[in-house]
Write a protein that binds this ligand. Structure first.
Ligand code: C5P
Length: 218
C-alpha cells in the first residue's frame, strides 16, 4: 500500500517488537519503538542523577534530552545526548525505572508530540507502544492489540535476555500493573483495536496474520 500506519499496542513481552519490525520490513516501511523512546529518556534521567520520586526533576531532564531515534527495522539505533544507548536501555536499571518516568504527564506530552511528527514524515510506518491506537495515532489504518498469557510472555522475554523466568514474570506483572493503572494514557485496548492473542503462535504466523489483516483494510 501507498500509505499505511499500523499501531501495535500490548503489554510487555507480547511480541510487539519482533512482530512490528518484521511487519515493517515486509511492507518496506519504517519502525518506531516508542518504548525505546521512554527508555532512552529514562537512561538520561538516571544519568542526570534525578530523584525518581520527583516528577519535576524528571520532566526537566526529559525535555532537555536530545534523542536520536532510529527507525530502520533492521537496526533501530537510539542515542541520548550523543551517546548510543542501545544496550543500556535494555538493562535492569532502566527497565526498573521506565514506568515511573513514563507516568509523568509532561514527559508523555513531549514524547507523544515527537512520535506524531515522526509518523507524519513517513507514509509507511509500524508504531509499537502502549497508547498508539488511542493517543499517538488514532487514525491508524490498522490497530492491533497483541496479548499472550503471562507465562508465554515471561518465557519469551527471559529467552531474549537469558534471565530467570520467574523473576521476569514478576517484573512483567509489576510493569503491567504500573502501566495499566497510571492516570495519563494508561495501557488499555482501544475499542477499535483488533486483539491478537499470540500464545502458542510462532512469529511467522503472527506476522502473516497481521499482513492479512492489513491487506484486507488498506
Ligand atoms: O515496550 P517497552 O517494554 O520497551 O516499554 C517500556 C516502558 O515504557 C513500558 O513499561 C511503559 O511504562 C512505557 N511506555 C509507555 N507508552 C508507550 C510505550 C512504552 O508508557 N507508548
Amino acid at each position: 500500500p501507498e500509505k499505511c500506519v499500523v499501531a501495535v499496542d500490548g503489554p510487555s513481552g507480547s511480541g510487539k517488537s519482533t512482530v512490528s519490525r518484521r511487519l515493517a520490513t515486509a511492507v518496506d516501511g519504517v519502525y518506531l519503538d516508542t518504548g525505546a523512546m521512554y527508555r532512552a529518556i529514562t537512561w538520561a534521567v538516571i544519568n542526570g542523577g534525578a530523584d525518581l520520586n520527583d516528577p519535576d526533576a524528571i520532566a526537566k531532564i526529559a525535555l532537555e534530552t536530545e534523542l536520536s531515534i532510529g527507525t530502520d527495522p533492521a537496526a533501530p539505533h537510539f542515542a541520548a545526548n550523543g551517546t548510543n544507548v542501545d544496550e543500556a536501555i535494555r538493562g535492569p536499571e532502566v527497565t526498573g525505572a521506565v514506568s515511573a518516568v513514563a507516568a509523568v504527564p509532561s514527559v508523555r506530552k513531549h514524547l507523544v508530540a515527537l512520535q506524531k511528527a515522526i509518523i507524519a514524515g513517513h507514509p509507511r510506518i509500524i508504531v509499537e507502544g502502549r497508547d498508539i491506537a488511542s493517543v499517538v495515532a488514532p487514525d491508524a489504518d490498522l490497530k492491533v492489540y497483541l496479548t499472550a498469557s503471562a507465562a508465554a510472555r515471561a518465557a519469551r522475554r527471559s529467552a531474549e535476555n537469558s534471565a530467570d523466568v520467574a523473576a521476569t514474570e514478576a517484573d512483567l506483572a509489576r510493569r503491567d500493573k504500573l502501566d495499566s493503572s497510571r492516570a495519563v494514557d494508561p495501557l488499555k485496548q482501544a475499542s477499535d483495536a483488533l486483539e491478537v492473542d499470540t500464545t502458542g503462535m510462532g512469529i511467522d504466523e503472527v506476522v502473516a496474520h497481521l499482513l492479512h489483516l492489513l491487506n484486507s483494510k488498506v
